[in-house]
Design a protein around this ligand. Structure first.
Ligand code: 3PG
Length: 305
């Protein structure tokens, strides 16, 4: 079988080597399409591929239609909002993700960004410490759980809200489970977002939600830009000069956010999962899932059942 690795933002070379070794050991061939700049390159590359590994690459209906032999697409990572899963289902293409494989990398970045923001972007002025601050984790999935673990090392008070995660699971991690999203925002000094981007969450974090936070609030987003109501957050930042927004996903309105100098920071390109370790974990998990699918029809990680 031909496995295409199509990554606009490439994996670390060591991860690519690992993917090739795993695929070849199972009798498959790997074709690489990295750093493509033109959609036509992707359309051409998918034409004769049987399987595909992607990251946040946009797998739209035209890509799926061009992929005549495609049987399985594995998103090496957590969020699969970049793939038209319904259209893939219509075409009998299995879509999977690799949950948990890059979550530590994202969680570590949360604290890299957070310390940077709390220390005034290293401008030399007195900042604030994380110890004893109340950290609110919105969604207690794989990233949220890793964030909680690291936060405890900093001596933070950790709170979480997750509509879909049982309270006892949150509490068994030593985290205070709060009853609603609003109480999380009301009670925490810092809120970190770990919700997926879907119909329910898109533009869900805006003026009213964030305005519930107390003075000196910090909002961190390493999830998706789509979950932010950008006009609402911009309005709030213009009214509240105590509020900081730091993100790993550049907002569409980056230029407007930049006006809030000293209170806003975005990485130029999403780097949460951009570590050798995360690339190896997610990349190898992806190819193993493809091998298992071709060998035994294993669809354990399918997200478009
Ligand atoms: C994910 O959903 O797994 C993360 O956002 C990482 O995405 P990336 O592979 O595009 O870096």
């Amino acid at each position: 079988m031909k496995i295409l690795v199509a990554t606009e933002k490439p994996f670390a070379a060591v991860a690519v080597e690992g993917i090739k070794e795993e695929a070849q050991a199972a009798g498959h061939e790997v074709v690489l399409l990295e750093r493509y700049t033109d959609k036509q390159q992707l359309l051409d590359a998918v034409a004769d591929a049987d399987a595909m590994i992607v990251r946040s690459d946009k797998i739209t209906p035209d890509v799926l239609d061009a992929a005549k032999n495609m049987k399985i697409i594995v998103r090496a990572g957590a969020g699969y909002d970049s793939i038209d899963t319904a259209h893939a289902k219509e075409k009998n293409i299995v879509v999977e993700n690799t949950p948990g494989q890059n979550s530590n990398a994202v969680a570590e970045l949360v604290f890299g960004l957070l310390v940077y923001a709390m220390r005034n972007f290293y401008n030399g002025k007195p900042g604030r410490e994380l110890k004893t601050k109340k950290l609110g984790i919105l969604a207690f999935g794989n990233v949220g759980r890793n964030v909680a673990r690291v936060a405890m090392g900093f001596g933070m008070q950790v709170y979480a809200y997750d509509e879909y995660c049982p309270k006892d699971v949150i509490e068994s991690a030593g985290v205070h489970a709060v009853a609603s999203r609003d109480s999380l925002f009301k009670s925490c000094d810092i809120v970190t977002l770990h919700i997926p981007a879907n119909a329910e969450t898109k533009q869900s974090i805006g003026y009213d939600v964030v305005n519930q936070m107390g003075k000196g609030a910090v909002l961190i987003n390493t999830a998706r830009k789509e979950v932010i109501d950008e006009p609402g957050l911009l309005k709030l930042m213009s009214e509240r000069d105590d509020l900081k927004y730091i993100t790993d996903i550049m907002p569409d309105a980056d230029a407007e956010f930049r006006k809030f100098e000293g209170r806003y920071f975005s990485t130029p390109k999403k780097i949460g999962a951009q570590t050798a370790e995360a690339n190896i974990n997610a990349g190898i998990a992806a190819v193993k899932q493809i091998n298992a699918y071709f060998k035994d029809g294993d669809t354990r990680f399918q997200v478009n059942k």
